[in-house]
Design a protein around this ligand. Structure first.
Ligand SMILES: [Zn+2]
Ligand SMILES: [Zn+2]
Length: 281
């Protein structure tokens, strides 16, 4: 899974085959990228090393942000050492812990503890605030000519007209909140996660089991589609994408159906699916 915004990419977990997806979806091997790893189970991490090696083959130079449990760094260092892997770029590692972890060019990244069989984290990727709505009539009234000066003001930068400084706040509304995407990783639902994901525009949540298999979900520390929907409802998110389905279900349509009875705006994530996250109204 990846979030793509104006050249910046956030990859969420690295299952096997992630590098093929990075290539086929044209996410770029050399650009601004942050990788968020929720926990050290194979289906979430085994693709990371191959991705790093492919980036090196492509002569990546830019630092790569990697966020994950502390042991992830150890795994990377030991494996790189044993396999004589030298990278062409620095890895900037941030150890996951609850709270704000990182600010990138476009996003702020926060983590919370998930409730899984090993140490695991959930992440919220929040777009930084956008400048407010631009009012052309106010700019005209202040004598700012249309063109370059307007676009400067729209980007939140001041301009000088006839020796007088015009501040963006004079011609725009208050800054607007950015979009917010939540990713649970593997977890049981919890009150903490309801708060953590509150108001997300898109929530991607563990839906390993159907509602009828709740005992298995409890035992293996995963969630059911109904539990994911209940959490989405309590957290008042705008859209829910179910993911991480158990291979026991040949089709996931019944999981989506039962979730929709609780939270109507639910879809099933699938390979190659692309979702455009709109701004809140
Ligand atoms: Zn797991
Ligand atoms: Zn998993």
């Amino acid at each position: 899974m990846a979030i793509k915004r104006e050249g910046e990419v956030i990859v969420m977990d690295c299952g096997e085959g992630v590098q093929r997806r990075v290539l086929s979806e044209s996410l770029g091997l050399g650009g601004d990228m942050t990788i968020l790893i929720t926990h050290l189970h194979g289906d979430h991490v085994t693709g990371l090393l191959g991705l790093l090696q492919t980036m090196s083959l492509a002569q990546r130079r830019k630092p790569l942000n990697v966020v994950g449990p502390t042991k992830l760094l150890r795994w990377l260092e030991v494996t790189a050492d044993l396999l004589h892997i030298g990278l062409t770029f620095p890895v900037r590692f941030s150890a996951a812990r609850p709270g704000v972890l990182l600010r990138t060019g476009s996003f702020r990244i926060r983590a919370a503890r998930a409730s899984h069989s090993i140490e695991a984290f959930s992440y919220v990727v929040e777009e930084l605030r956008r400048p407010g709505v631009f009012y052309p009539e106010k700019a005209i009234a202040l004598g700012v000519p249309e063109g370059k000066q307007w676009s400067r003001l729209q980007k939140g930068k001041p301009v000088t007209i006839g020796g007088r400084k015009v501040d963006p706040a004079e011609v725009t509304g208050p800054p607007r909140p950015g979009r917010k995407i939540g990713y649970s990783g593997d977890t049981r639902p919890s009150a903490g996660l309801v708060r953590f994901f509150s108001g997300c525009d898109l929530l991607i949540f563990d839906s390993t089991f159907s509602g009828g298999d709740r005992d298995k979900a409890v035992e293996r520390k995963h969630s059911t589609s109904i539990e994911a929907a209940e959490l989405a409802k309590k957290a008042a998110v705008r859209q829910l994408a179910l993911t991480h389905f158990s291979a026991r279900y040949t089709t996931v349509s019944s999981l989506v159906r039962e979730a929709r009875r609780v939270f109507p705006n639910t879809i099933a994530a699938s390979d190659g699916l692309s979702i455009e996250v709109s701004y809140p109204a």
